[in-house]
Design a protein around this ligand. Structure first.
Ligand SMILES: Cc1ncc(COP(=O)(O)O)c(C=O)c1O
Length: 406
C-alpha cells in the first residue's frame, strides 16, 4: 500500500482538516508553520505580524529564548510525576506566583476553564465550610457578556447564545447581573452568595473596560457582604494591560485570582487558582485534582514566565507601547473606526459596519500581513505580544488604515 501524498500547501492543509477536525472554529485561512517573537510564517514562507498572540497566551512572543531554554532544560530531566509524588519544581513555582500576586497559596491546573471550574468549587466549599451557607444552596454572581471558558458549568452562566444553545441542561447556582452595574450587584448578592466572579476587563466581549472605581467598589461590596471576590485574569493578567494584573490599576487585591494563558509562556497549558490561605485552605486531599496540574514541565516554564514578569520590563513595555497603540487608533476614529477601548497593549476596535464585518476586516488584514481576530460583529481585538516594537505596532496600524481605505 502506498502512503498518501503529503499535503503541503496551505490550501491542501486547510482542505485536509475539513473531514477530520471538528468544526468548532472558523480560523482565518492561514497555515502557520514557524514563528519567532512577534512574527509567524506560513507554509509558503509568507510572514505575518501576530497581533493576536494566542489570545494573550503569547504575551512574551513566540518561543521566547528564556522560556524555550527552561522547557528544554526540564524536558531533559523530568516531565511528569502526577501529584501522587512531589516534584522539585512545584514549590518554587507556587511560592513565586503567590509572591508575584500578593496572595498566599496556589492550586495548579492546566487550562483556563479548569482554573475557573476549580475556583467555583473552592468558592462553594468556602461558602459551606467557612461562611455557613446551607448545603447545596451556594450562589455565584457573574456578569453578563462574560467569557470564562467552555465547560458545561461555565456555559451555564454565559449570556452568549452560540456558546450555550444546545448544551443544556445547565448548572444551577449562578446569578447574572449587568457588568459594571454596582446597584445590580448589590441586589444580587445575598447570604447564599459564595463569590462574585468577574473579569476586570471583559476580553472576549470586546475589551470592555469598566468605569474607574468599579473594581474598588466590588472589593468593598464583597468584603461588606461577606463573600469572595474572584478576578478572572486569564486574559487580562500577566502584563497585558501595563501592570502584572489588571486589578492593580485600582490597587485592588481580590480573594482569588484565576490565571492561565500566558502563565504557560505559549509552550504548555498552565493555569492556576491563586488565593488567600483561608480560601484555598478549604481543600483537603481527594477533594480536587488533575493528573497534569502542577507537572514539573509546566512548573519550570511557569517559573520562567514569573521570572520575566519579576523584571517589570514587559509591564512597562505594555504601558509605553500602549500609548502608541492608543494614539494610532485615535487617528482612525471617524475614518473607518467608530470607537475603541484600550488598556496597555490590548484594544477592542469597533469597525464601521459599512466597511465590513470584523471577520472581513481580519481577512483583509491577513492579506496585508497582519493577523488579528474579530470578536463580536464588527469588533476586532488587537493584543500583540508584549515584545512588539513601536515600529511593528505602527506598521500594523498602517495596515489597518489601508484596509479601512482611509
Ligand atoms: C477571561 C477568560 N477566562 C477563561 C478563559 C478560558 O481559557 P481556556 O480557553 O484556556 O479554557 C478565557 C479564554 O479566552 C478567558 O478569556
Amino acid at each position: 500500500m502506498t502512503a498518501p501524498a503529503l499535503a503541503r500547501t496551505s490550501d491542501d492543509l486547510i482542505k485536509a482538516e475539513e473531514p477530520v477536525l471538528a468544526h468548532n472554529y472558523h480560523p482565518l485561512p492561514v497555515v502557520v508553520a514557524r514563528a519567532e517573537g512577534t512574527w509567524v510564517e506560513d507554509v509558503e514562507g509568507r510572514r505575518y505580524l501576530d497581533m493576536l498572540a494566542g489570545y494573550s497566551a503569547l504575551n512574551f512572543g513566540h518561543r521566547h529564548p528564556a522560556l524555550v531554554e527552561a522547557a528544554h532544560r526540564q524536558l531533559d530531566r523530568l516531565t511528569l510525576t502526577s501529584r501522587a509524588f512531589h516534584n522539585d519544581q512545584l514549590a518554587g513555582f507556587a511560592g513565586r506566583l503567590a509572591a508575584l500576586t500578593g496572595l498566599d497559596m496556589v492550586l495548579p491546573m492546566n487550562t483556563g476553564a479548569e482554573a475557573v471550574e476549580s475556583g467555583i468549587k473552592v468558592a462553594r466549599k468556602w461558602a459551606y465550610d467557612v461562611k455557613g451557607v446551607p448545603a447545596d444552596r451556594a450562589t455565584i454572581v457573574v456578569a453578563a457578556e462574560n467569557f470564562h471558558g467552555r465547560t458545561t458549568t461555565i456555559v451555564s452562566f454565559s449570556t452568549d447564545e452560540t456558546a450555550r444553545s444546545g448544551f443544556g441542561p445547565f448548572a444551577p447556582g449562578f446569578r447574572i447581573v449587568p457588568y459594571d452595574d454596582l446597584a445590580a450587584l448589590e441586589e444580587a448578592v445575598d447570604e447564599t452568595t459564595a463569590a462574585v466572579l468577574i473579569e476586570p476587563i471583559q476580553g472576549e466581549a470586546g475589551v470592555i473596560i469598566p468605569n474607574d472605581g468599579y473594581l474598588t467598589a466590588v472589593r468593598e461590596l464583597t468584603r461588606r457582604k461577606g463573600c469572595l471576590f474572584i478576578a478572572d485574569e486569564i486574559q487580562s493578567g500577566l502584563g497585558r494591560t501595563g501592570r502584572t494584573l489588571a486589578v492593580e490599576h485600582e490597587d485592588v487585591v481580590p480573594d482569588m485570582l484565576l490565571l492561565g494563558k500566558a502563565l504557560g509562556g505559549g509552550i504548555v497549558p498552565v493555569s492556576a487558582v491563586v488565593a488567600r490561605r483561608e480560601v484555598l485552605g478549604v481543600l483537603h486531599p481527594g477533594e480536587h485534582g488533575s493528573t497534569f496540574g502542577g507537572n514539573p514541565l509546566a512548573a519550570a516554564v511557569g517559573t520562567a514566565v514569573i521570572e520575566l514578569l519579576e523584571t517589570g520590563e514587559f509591564q512597562q513595555r505594555a504601558a509605553e507601547l500602549g500609548v502608541v497603540l492608543r494614539d494610532g487608533l485615535g487617528e482612525l476614529v471617524g475614518r473607518g473606526v467608530l470607537g475603541f477601548r484600550a488598556r496597555g497593549l490590548w484594544a477592542g476596535v469597533d469597525i464601521d459596519p459599512a466597511i465590513g464585518t470584523g471577520r472581513e476586516v481580519s481577512e483583509r488584514l491577513m492579506r496585508e500581513g497582519v493577523l488579528v481576530k474579530d470578536t463580536h460583529g464588527s469588533t476586532i481585538r488587537l493584543a500583540p505580544p508584549l515584545t512588539v516594537t513601536a515600529e511593528e505596532l505602527r506598521s500594523a496600524l498602517a495596515a489597518l488604515e489601508r484596509v479601512l481605505g482611509s
